[in-house]
Design a binder for this molecule. Sequence first.
Ligand SMILES: C[S@@+](CC[C@H](N)C(=O)[O-])C[C@H]1O[C@@H](n2cnc3c(N)ncnc32)[C@H](O)[C@@H]1O
Length: 233
Amino acid sequence: MRMRVKKWAKPELAACPYYVDLPEEKRGKWRSCFAKEAPFYVELGCGKCVATSRMTLDNRDINYLAVDISRNILGVARRNFEAVYGDEPVDNVTLTHFDIMWIDKYLCEADKVERIYISFCNPWNQRPAHYKRRLTHTRQLLQYRHFLVPGAQIYFKTDDDPLFKASLRYFEEAGFRIIYQTEDLHASGFTPNYVSEHEQFFSDQGIKIKFCIAQMEEMKPDTTNAENEGPET
Ligand SMILES: C[S@@+](CC[C@H](N)C(=O)[O-])C[C@H]1O[C@@H](n2cnc3c(N)ncnc32)[C@H](O)[C@@H]1O
């Protein structure tokens, strides 16, 4: 569902000290956006940051980059950070907008990302030709490898069974090992779990939340073909 235009979002983001409007200029320099050097995590498709804002406040010793394609949504995210942080400075978060399909233009090896969060991305289930747009597709994961450090992890949550099943395969194809997996996150006892806006929405409908942690391993030479055009899977 497309969000209604929020006229206040752009000016509020422009005045926000932790919003970056030209992300291509920060390529290789994201770590310098933060008050202090710390582990660096990235959330892809952050939405309104309902969960992220609580997670980042609880973890002031970690720096986070929250990415979304929509400035309207990031405007709402900014307000959520302000509300959750209260009088605390929001100095361990950077917000930015870009299309994750082209993430190589915005992040590179020098950014040394230690963890990625992907929560409730579009499953693109309708047409096989669209599978490549999934944020967990092998082609995407191979791009993420360019800026992840060895042993980095991807935390992936979804409501969608076909996407989850396909993603487990994508992770393997792209040289990631699944180190944790559950088909019912809320019953699993996994902690800490910060419940996002979409997670609450699906959970309220009785849909079980699928979750895994994939750890980047050294790449086997024969799996790199996945970066090329091939059959839609
Ligand atoms: C279903 S929402 C999930 C939001 C949040 N992660 C949650 O769990 O509530 C997906 C988000 O991903 C963003 N998004 C989708 N495709 C994207 C892309 N190619 N690049 C950047 N953001 C994208 C959308 O704008 C939207 O905010």
